[in-house]
Design a protein around this ligand. Structure first.
Ligand SMILES: [Zn+2]
Length: 306
């Protein structure tokens, strides 16, 4: 079930690239190849439980008890070495081994995630499809979109920065990025402006992920999908509710202001991860009948991938 959500969402990324009119050939072909190649990896690689392989992998690491920077530099050295070497023959798990999250690794063109994520509120075998895609589908969509964010859109499926973006396609892409950065930067939380330039990577992914998940959900056969008793919501409304709930949180003003002032998070604050993303998506306005020009259905909308 989890795998089919991942595959269906990736399929929608392929469809998105395919119908994006401002992508010229052969750029489109290269991006399609990359999207087709994205792998999903849960858990850990076999080599990691082999002592010798692990020793080899960390052979050049100098770990000193009281010096985090040292270890981080050694880790970075390994990453750079790999980059120069090109594709590793076997895909090795480099991130998210024990961190308990989802991550896209551009060196391996792989979305990693750990098994502990598959519990409520993200996953439960009995979840209705609308709820599953609104949460888990969105998360996969977010990571898949990282393969096409500002930073690594020029990297090919082997993690090498060799995809050439012709001037017209490049210009169209960056125009859409600017729309997003300006939009997010114009918003405030507790009187502090968001930094659209700083969070743009994640904002690109948030905005596309909800689209990928929604389209994947709409492509399903839904006749037997259970509804929530007592909730007078349509399928589409439930999908968006599931998405929004992912960012339900309790945070103090102090936490938010410190995070914003000192760039503590590359993601936008949760209220904007929900409201901005959904107000940029016409399907949301349609699902909730938001009049054009209202806060959740502004006339000017932004998205890099549509
Ligand atoms: Zn992200």
């Amino acid at each position: 079930m989890v795998n089919s959500v991942a595959q269906n969402v990736r399929q929608q990324m392929l469809a998105t690239i395919d119908r994006t009119t401002w992508l010229e050939e052969p750029l489109r072909k290269k991006l399609l190849e990359k999207a087709q190649d994205i792998d999903f990896f849960c858990g850990y690689s076999d080599w990691i439980i082999d002592a010798k392989s692990l020793d080899d992998y960390y052979a050049n690491f100098e770990v000193v008890d009281d010096e985090l920077l040292n270890a981080t530099t050694a880790a970075m050295r390994e990453v750079v070495k790999k980059l120069y070497k090109g594709l590793t023959e076997t895909r090795q798990l480099t991130t998210a081994v024990d961190l308990g999250f989802f991550a896209y690794d551009p060196f391996n063109n792989t979305v990693f995630f750990t098994i502990d994520q598959f519990q409520q509120p993200l996953f439960e075998p009995s979840f209705s499809k609308k709820f599953l895609y609104g949460g888990l589908g969105y998360v996969f969509g977010h990571e898949v979109t990282h393969a096409f964010d500002v930073l690594v859109r020029k990297w090919d499926k082997n993690g090498l920065p060799v995809i050439d973006w012709p001037p017209h396609s490049d210009e169209e892409y960056l125009k859409r990025v600017k729309c997003l950065t300006d939009q997010y930067s114009s918003k405030t939380l507790y009187g502090i402006h968001l930094s659209g330039n700083y969070t743009v990577q994640e904002d690109i992914c948030d905005n596309n992920a909800v689209r990928l998940a929604y389209k994947a959900f709409k492509a399903l056969e839904l006749s037997s999908d259970p509804i929530f008793p007592g909730l007078n919501l349509t399928d589409d409304q439930t999908f968006f509710l599931s998405y929004s709930q992912k960012y339900c949180r309790k945070a103090s003003e102090e936490f938010d202001t410190v995070t914003l002032k000192y760039y503590g998070d590359t993601h936008s604050p949760s209220p904007y991860r929900v409201n901005m993303t959904l107000s940029n998506y016409p399907a949301f306005a349609k699902a909730f009948n938001c009049p054009l020009g209202s806060p959740m259905n502004p006339v000017k909308k932004c998205a890099v991938w549509e």
